[in-house]
Design a protein around this ligand. Structure first.
Ligand code: ATP
Ligand code: MG
Length: 419
């Protein structure tokens, strides 16, 4: 029978890798908590309408990439393609907007997009995301940027670039949009088919297109920053001042527009060039109209999404991947029936005492047990046989240094020796 394979664009995170993921997730959660963000967990699927209204139905994410299905009652559901819309829905549904403000939330979850799988792009992927509700100040933009920047620095990532831009708001964007359409109409023949389609529906997206010809044409396009109203211009200048005051380096990049409709004002990305074409590790910005657009109160908000697999690639590239040790603190090996029963009991007692203990559950030879202890990276080993049981004592061997010590066969005293 043919073995069944995983669907295209999905990942198996194997035990060795998942230890790295856990170490990384631990650092991420700690960084979020240090900045006062609390974790929120929302459903993996939502009503399709939420993403159409929240993310925007002219975006590729909603239009082309969603995993949508009909539920048994006929309603249309979609696997979440991003995190912001679901969190915004939860903020409204649970009345969180009426609590202490600003509301600072984060999530670490999986998302689903039917994209062409390639290096740094999968159909199921993971994001660390933060959402800050209730502040329209540039300080709030700086707050989420500083969280990402601080995390990257604490992980030791050196070759990462922060790119910032402002795409304006309801006041100045229409004028910019007109200028963009006018410019791209003059180059319509050379645009890729998707961009031709976008030209009148969502011209900003053309600036985000990865097609080389569109990229080239975009270079001459009008720049958002030249079309900002006074309020947006001042906001952007204030943000730059905040970042400058903390010595955070950034590049002002007029090509950063982001792929989702809900953004306004500040947008930003962190990119790592060495990881290839999918170089954006983190992307975010302001979305002051999102809550209102899905039926909530008007409330300014800012946040980002950080791709975990791209972060891992960047860390790998710089040799900065955390290297957690997963081996048992002690492997209790046994020789003979009586010792096997004793090793079982001792290992269970050691675990109760907080020690990572392992033992043989396959009734194998001592040689095979020692091989297993070695292969799985056990740090210490103790061999129990009839003589050891009779004496109530056995040798505790440190497998890394080779040091041997006599130890009582007693969980508490072994735990003390290993402490
Ligand atoms: P890109 O332009 O690379 O497609 P995006 O603008 O679609 O990114 P967002 O929706 O803002 O990305 O998501 C934030 C981050 O999540 C991205 O910067 C990236 O690190 C990660 N990400 C997005 N889509 C994928 C994917 N299909 N596979 C892996 N990571 C992804
Ligand atoms: Mg994308």
């Amino acid at each position: 029978m043919n073995p069944i394979k995983k669907p295209k664009g999905t990942l198996d995170i194997l035990p060795e890798e998942s230890a790295v993921w856990q170490a990384l997730e631990d650092k991420i959660r700690k960084a979020a908590r240090r900045s006062g963000f609390s974790e929120i967990r929302v459903p993996t699927f939502e009503f399709t309408e939420l993403f159409c209204r929240g993310v925007g139905d002219t975006t590729d994410v909603v239009n082309k990439e969603m995993y949508t299905f009909t539920d048994k009652d006929g309603s249309s559901l979609s696997l979440r393609p991003e995190g912001t819309a679901g969190v915004a829905r939860a903020v409204i549904e649970n009345g969180l907007y009426a609590g202490a403000l600003p509301l600072k939330l984060f999530y670490l979850s999986n998302f689903f997009r039917h994209e062409k799988p390639q290096a740094g792009r999968t159909r199921e992927f993971w994001q660390f995301g933060v959402e800050l509700y209730g502040s329209g100040s540039p300080l709030a933009d700086a707050e989420v940027i500083m969280l990402a920047d601080g995390l990257f620095r604490s992980l030791g990532l050196d070759n990462i670039t922060l790119r910032i831009n402002s795409i304006g708001d309801g006041k100045c964007r229409p004028e910019f949009r007109r200028a963009l359409i006018e410019y791209f109409e003059g180059h319509a023949e050379s645009l890729c088919p998707t961009c031709k389609e976008r030209l009148h529906k969502n011209p900003l997206r053309i600036l985000d297109c990865k097609n080389p010809e569109c990229k080239e044409i975009s270079k001459g396009a009008p720049k958002t920053l030249d079309h900002l109203c006074e309020e947006c211009g001042t906001h952007f200048e204030e943000l730059k001042k905040c970042l400058d005051s903390c010595g955070v380096k950034y590049v002002v990049d007029p090509m950063i527009v982001r792929g989702l409709d809900y953004y306004n004002g500040t947008v930003f990305e962190f990119t790592v060039d060495s990881i290839g074409a999918q170089s954006t590790v983190c992307g975010g910005g302001r979305y002051d109209t999102l809550l209102g657009s899905i039926g909530g109160p008007d409330m300014p908000a800012v946040g980002f999404g950080m791709g975990i697999t791209r972060l891992i690639r960047a860390l790998e590239d710089e040799g900065k991947l955390p290297s957690p040790d997963t081996g048992a603190d002690i492997y209790v090996a046994s020789l003979g029936e009586a010792a096997r029963a004793a090793s079982f009991k001792l290992a269970q007692e050691l675990r109760s005492a907080g020690i990572n203990a392992d033992y043989d559950v396959c009734a194998r030879s001592l040689k095979a047990q020692m091989k297993y202890a070695d292969k799985t990276g056990a740090k210490n080993v103790m061999v129990l046989g009839d003589n050891e049981l009779a004496a109530g004592e056995a040798e505790l061997k440190d497998l890394r240094s080779g040091e041997k010590r006599a130890a009582k066969i007693d969980a508490r005293s072994i735990a003390e020796m290993l402490a």
